[in-house]
Design a protein around this ligand. Structure first.
Ligand code: CP
Ligand code: NVA
Length: 309
């Protein structure tokens, strides 16, 4: 069985819960092992993942690579600029060719439609490693981090501050699928995609809360999340930075969250822009666990794609 993971909805609530449980189980089982050691059952022995990068990456690249090693498989990294895809070979032809060599494809690209086309044309699973629309693998790590620190996500309240971007879109989708509240404070002109908000309203019984007021979003939150104000592919615009100013996550803002409210950031961070040093480096920040959990979540995503969960 092969399945693609382009968005969280592809797995549905049961699939997401199964993946999160598997990620936790494998993480706990690895305590004390060298990082490259293969898990005892080597469930992906002989499998190869091709990773296409049309944008930069540190965490996604290394965590998928190590995830495949730990599952007994291997990877081929394809920087789009040095492939024929980068010279205009079509997504469709690339999908068909890669499907003859390798067992799964991860793609990081700009236009989400490219990832969708790749999945439609490939005969192997395709994983969205970030598009301009969404970043589902990141949110799997965020969910895992929350569960480890605070228990089930169901019924919790997540606050988002800043740009209505790809990471927020996947958090909104997760909230609707798993049943937690997402309150997003964004400045005018930088709202999340209305299509994604509408889809969440249709699917879930906890519609996303959209506001311009950072304090309102953070009030009573179990977790506060932010991200860069300028995503990859966007121009540095003074106008945007100015609009985002009031949405910086500061210690004062964090006081509105629950007393044990956590802070998450997918990284890379711009300290002093979207978040104050004292918050991202402070006691409520779980960013290093979050980054580590990319690895554990990735392993579960890969196993789900191969029908092993
Ligand atoms: N959070 C994240 O996706 O990081 P990279 O861009 O380094 O992969
Ligand atoms: N929103 C950011 C996330 C980076 C991991 C971007 O798309 O650049």
């Amino acid at each position: 069985m092969t399945r693609s993971f382009l968005d969280l909805a592809d797995a549905g609530p049961d699939g997401l819960r199964a993946m999160l449980a598997e990620a936790q189980r494998r993480k706990e089982a690895r305590v004390g092992w060298p990082k490259g050691k293969v898990d005892a059952d080597a469930p992906l022995a002989g499998h190869t993942l091709a990773m296409i990068f049309e944008k930069n990456s540190t965490r996604t690249r290394v965590s998928f690579d190590m995830a495949m090693r730990q599952l007994g498989g291997s990877t081929i990294i394809m920087e789009a600029g040095s492939t024929q895809l980068g010279r205009g070979e079509t997504v469709s032809d690339t999908a068909k060719v890669l499907s003859r060599y390798i067992d799964a494809i991860m793609i990081r690209t700009d236009d989400h439609a490219k990832a969708v086309e790749l999945a439609a044309e490939a005969s192997v699973p395709v994983i969205n490693g970030l598009t301009d629309r969404s970043h589902p693998c990141q949110i799997m790590a965020d969910l895992l981090t929350f569960i480890e620190r605070r228990g089930p996500v169901e019924g919790s309240r997540w606050a988002w501050l800043g740009d209505g971007n790809n990471v927020l879109h996947s958090i909104i989708e997760a909230g609707s699928l798993l049943g937690f509240d997402v309150a997003a404070a964004t400045p005018e002109g930088y709202d999340p995609d209305p299509e994604i908000v509408e889809a969440a309203r249709r699917v879930g019984n906890r519609p996303p809360i959209l506001t311009r007021d950072p304090d309102e979003a953070v009030a009573g939150a179990d977790i506060v999340v932010t991200d860069t104000w300028i995503s990859m592919g966007q121009d540095h615009a003074d106008q945007k930075l100015a609009a985002m100013g009031p949405y910086q996550v500061t210690e004062q803002l964090m006081q509105g969250a629950k007393a044990d409210g956590l802070f998450l950031h997918c990284l890379p961070a711009h300290r002093g822009e979207e978040v104050a040093d004292s918050v991202i480096d402070g006691p409520r920040s779980a960013i290093w666990d979050e980054a580590e959990n990319r690895l554990h979540a990735q392993k579960a995503i890969l196993l789900w794609c191969f029908g092993k969960i």
